[in-house]
Design a protein around this ligand. Structure first.
Ligand SMILES: [Zn+2]
Length: 177
């Protein structure tokens, strides 16, 4: 039995951010632990006081992990998209890829609003570069678009109500065009 194709997430954020992001460099493609080592070394100055390193990530539609500085827009990291997943990734304090681990992962990308179910694409990309990782997103974000005012919402505590206009938000993910 073949796996169903994973959902592709198109950019759903503001057009001005997309246009500004186009001129930014894309994320670095990471196909191996060697490439990860090089990226971690090049970005060592971004380490937190506790020595972890937080980055923006996307998974491109061919399944490749791309990393960028944590303040990068996901749409820039993904060269516009679409993506299979997007969010923030935190690496442990060890700087060589042979000992580094992924300690936190979220699907927090307001540009692509991916579902927590996009995890399988993240896991596959990380397993390809053979890095230790959690079994799922450590923080899952539930995104919904308001059917009334079009605002992108993050649903917290099962509260499916628009922050902006108080309209009810659908229980199902609703960013597909
Ligand atoms: Zn609304």
């Amino acid at each position: 039995m073949s796996e169903p194709s994973p959902r592709q997430y198109a950019y759903v954020g503001p057009e001005d951010i997309r246009i500004a992001a186009i001129t930014n460099p894309p994320g670095s493609s990471i196909h191996s632990s060697h490439e990860l080592s090089a990226w971690l070394a090049a970005n060592a100055s971004d380490r937190e006081p506790n020595d972890t390193l937080v980055a923006t990530f996307v998974i491109t539609c061919d399944g490749t992990l791309k990393l960028a500085h944590r303040r990068s827009e996901h749409v820039a990291c993904a060269s516009g998209g679409p993506v299979l997943s997007a969010g923030e990734i935190t690496f442990s304090s060890n700087t060589t890829a042979s000992s580094v681990e992924v300690v936190e992962l979220t699907n927090q990308s307001t540009g692509f609003c991916p579902e927590p179910e996009s995890w399988s694409s993240v896991a596959a990309a990380l397993d390809r570069i053979a890095i230790a990782r959690p079994d799922d997103f450590t923080t899952k974000v539930i995104f919904r678009r308001c059917p009334k005012c079009n605002e992108r919402n993050i649903v917290k505590d099962e509260w499916f109500v628009c922050d902006l206009c108080d309209a009810e938000l659908p229980k199902e993910w609703n960013f597909s065009s």
